[in-house]
Design a protein around this ligand. Sequence first.
Ligand SMILES: C[S@@+](CC[C@H](N)C(=O)[O-])C[C@H]1O[C@@H](n2cnc3c(N)ncnc32)[C@H](O)[C@@H]1O
Length: 372
Amino acid sequence: MVMEEEYVELTEGKAGLLVPRGYNTKGPGRKSGNVFYNRQMELNRDVCISLLRSENRPLRILDAMAATGVRSARIALEVEPVPVVVANDSNPASTELMQLNFSRPGLERITVTRKKANAAMAEDSYDYIDIDPFGTPVWFLHQALMSVKSGGIIGVTATDSAMLCGSARGSDRRYLSRSGRWPFMHELGVRNLLAYIVRTGASFDRAVYPTLSYFADHYFRVYVRVRNGVGRAMDQLANLGYVLYDGSTGTRRIEREYSANAAGPSWLGALHDAATLSSMRVEEWFGSGRRMSRMLDIWREEAGAPPLFYNTDELSQLFGFNLPSLRKTISAVSKTHSACRTHFDPKGFKTAAEPSEIRKLLLAEGWAKGIS
Ligand SMILES: C[S@@+](CC[C@H](N)C(=O)[O-])C[C@H]1O[C@@H](n2cnc3c(N)ncnc32)[C@H](O)[C@@H]1O
């Protein structure tokens, strides 16, 4: 039975609901009380709502690990046309709380189920499936890739970022991809996660198209669109490859075949779908609005940019002089190559220029302050 004194009333987006007293406000969070809620993940949910609103079609949605039901409640109240929503969690305390939370106006039509996520997904097919586990999503991706409708989307959170970024052993075991603790490790982590999803999809004759892929706070989040077709799946597999990094020159190399010390296989195609990003909006009721707006701008900039960003501190050390501000560095490199910011790193930028070319361009602009 839900003991109401264990919970507090809170509003997120357009939804009012009960969440556990002493809920998490940042970090990967832990379970406080019997049900999980993390306020910091409001950005994650705001982005999710924006992306689902941009679909602008009737959707059948499974929130496979719904906890308090906050995401489901927001989807039901904020996405148009009003979708069919199933909110599932294997924890009985969660489903009891959701029953209470969904007794409010506009939420009564949400169906609550208490199943293992893989069982819930296997029973039906959906236009959108949300996978938001504690830790790795690997346990759930196979079934999600089988249960999403052709043309549908899967939203995936991975909080095992240490493993994906190479600081914990086992990325090659868990994700069948090698990682590396390199200056661009967060981008490599998300690309290895995408490679895993693309390869798993292909094994079910399903093509996986990255729609939006990012790192924020402590987690990775990717949205992928899935379509049927062996030919399409093969085309997507052609975007996988290996990454080599030479720390003495800053050179990043991409190879189609494996060689010693390479990381990967990694997804080397675009991280975002530019058309989806251009139709996403930051709504005035979003709690993370200002932050999301900044991120959306940068995602749009980097949508067509080459893989594996540079970091200005990394290059300062290599070149032996301090690089100017990020804005000035980008402007100098833009004289001959396209260059843009990246959301992965406030000191990061993306360009196809080699480090030696970047150095020359900065020297030509007189930015060699501190050179010996
Ligand atoms: C990080 S929380 C989900 C947070 C929620 N999506 C939100 O936006 O607030 C993870 C949830 O997954 C549930 N869970 C863990 N393993 C599961 C499984 N195998 N099947 C279904 N639910 C599971 C937990 O009970 C927990 O409520």
